[in-house]
Design a protein around this ligand. Structure first.
Ligand code: HEC
Length: 392
């Protein structure tokens, strides 16, 4: 799952991805002495319908469930399941794990931010993340390999944010990894930059392993995955940590079995400096802006019209990808024609803070490093011309 973005729980599929053996491998831990609670079942919370991670089908239990089985065996305890639809999400964790219906949840992001001190974690057993999917032999190998390509990105995802200001990369917005794979299959995209585990699973089960999948690494692209426990379960957590290393090779085999991407991730750092018009860092863009301003000077257009035109151009070049061409957008939440309707007198303030700072957790990037205030003014002038009371 993705601890950063649209919040925990937005999608059940956001679980674990590529396996980079994290806990030191192949350390054999001597079996602990038998204790009274050892015959007690090891109770696992899992979603019955979330392959490749978990399923209540005994013939195809899923990556997490099989890890749980191996873990229970290593602990010398039978396994029991608490099936709970929609595995991910803080609410689920509260009801199941913290409600003491189970002892452990496999596949939580190992982060203090996740649920604060109420949830404690094992060591990481894998890394999860976004991946680049392309036909075999055509792996882009990095962000520059995406130049000139049509890249399928999930709406409001880190990859979408990352590529938002690259006008040398054509984005094809999709709503799910499934749709991203379809876009590839139907030739609507050259590469899909989507949630890795689901891509891997679909590649294996629906696309005959036709695609090559590279994990990516960078802010919000890859993170550690662990087993979560209620904070009172430190003893169990420590015992799990003690046996995890000897399970690492099993975990690696399970990852292959479920098609999860493995291998060294491709690093996606900060945006390279060689970006084209209107998308670089402050200074470069200011220069470009000056050139544009100079070129349009002397045109026989009314003041204001010029700004509107310039704003519209920036808007359609950069913002339209999410907010719709000319700001026409059927999804209300991101329909910028409703700004006045929504904010009234505060419209300009809202616009200003939102474009400057973004709403990174909601999928709106920050643009203050990208555009000058004059450019924001012109975008605003354009948006003023399209305000409406409703979006239908
Ligand atoms: C990667 C997709 C994406 C791009 C590109 C993008 N936005 Fe957004 N923007 C969003 C999302 C998603 C929201 C809604 C955030 C929320 O739910 O609060 C948003 C919200 C906004 C809002 C606040 C809307 C409101 O009603 O509160 C403004 C203003 C805005 N964007 C302006 C822009 C401008 C101007 C650009 C181009 C410079 C731009 N956005 C580019 C995704 C994007």
């Amino acid at each position: 799952m993705r601890p950063n973005h649209s919040g925990i729980g937005a999608s059940r599929h956001r679980a674990i991805a590529g396996l980079l053996a994290c806990a030191a491998a192949a350390l054999i831990v001597p079996a602990s002495p038998l204790r009274a609670d050892e015959a007690q079942p090891f109770r696992l919370c899992a979603d019955p319908t979330n392959l490749p991670f978990s399923s209540d089908s005994p013939s195809k239990p899923g990556f997490y469930v099989e890890i749980g089985q191996a873990l229970a065996q290593a602990l010398g305890r039978p396994i029991a399941y608490d099936w709970y639809k929609s595995y991910f999400g803080k609410r689920t964790v509260r009801v199941t794990l913290l409600g003491k219906q189970c002892d452990a949840m496999i596949g939580l992001p190992r982060s203090e931010d996740f649920m604060g001190p109420a949830v404690i974690f094992s060591n990481a057993f894998a890394k999860e993340g976004y991946a680049l999917v392309a036909a075999k032999g055509q792996a882009p190998g990095g962000i520059d390999g995406l130049k000139g390509k049509r890249v399928a990105v999930q709406f409001a995802s880190t990859p979408q944010n990352l590529l938002a200001s690259r006008d040398d990369i054509q984005k094809v917005t999709v709503l799910s990894p499934e749709e991203g794979m379809q876009a590839l299959d139907q030739g609507r995209a050259d590469v899909a930059f989507i949630w890795g585990p689901v891509a891997g699973w679909l590649n294996k089960t629906s696309y005959n392993d036709r695609y090559q999948i590279e994990l990516t690494e960078g802010e919000g692209l890859l993170w550690d995955t662990a087993i979560g426990f209620a904070k009172t379960s430190t003893e169990l957590r420590d015992r799990v940590d003690a046996v995890l290393p000897q399970l690492q090779s099993t975990i690696g085999e399970l990852a292959v079995k479920y098609g999860l991407p493995t291998g060294e991730p491709v690093r996606f750092g900060a945006m390279p400096a060689t970006i084209t018009t209107g998308t670089g860092t402050g200074a470069g863009v200011a220069q470009v802006a000056n050139v544009v301003a100079t070129e349009t000077k002397g045109d026989a257009v009314a003041p204001g019209t010029e700004a509107i035109g310039a704003g519209k151009e920036i808007f359609n070049g950069t913002c339209a990808h999410c907010h719709g061409p000319d700001a026409i957008q059927s999804e209300r939440k991101i329909d910028l024609r409703l700004l006045r309707h929504r904010y009234g007198d505060e419209m300009r303030d809202k616009f200003w803070t939102t474009v400057h700072e973004g709403r990174p957790t909601k999928g709106m990037p920050a643009w203050k490093e990208v555009y000058t205030d004059d450019q924001f003014d012109s975008i605003y002038s354009f948006l003023l011309t399209v305000q409406s009371e409703s979006n239908d």
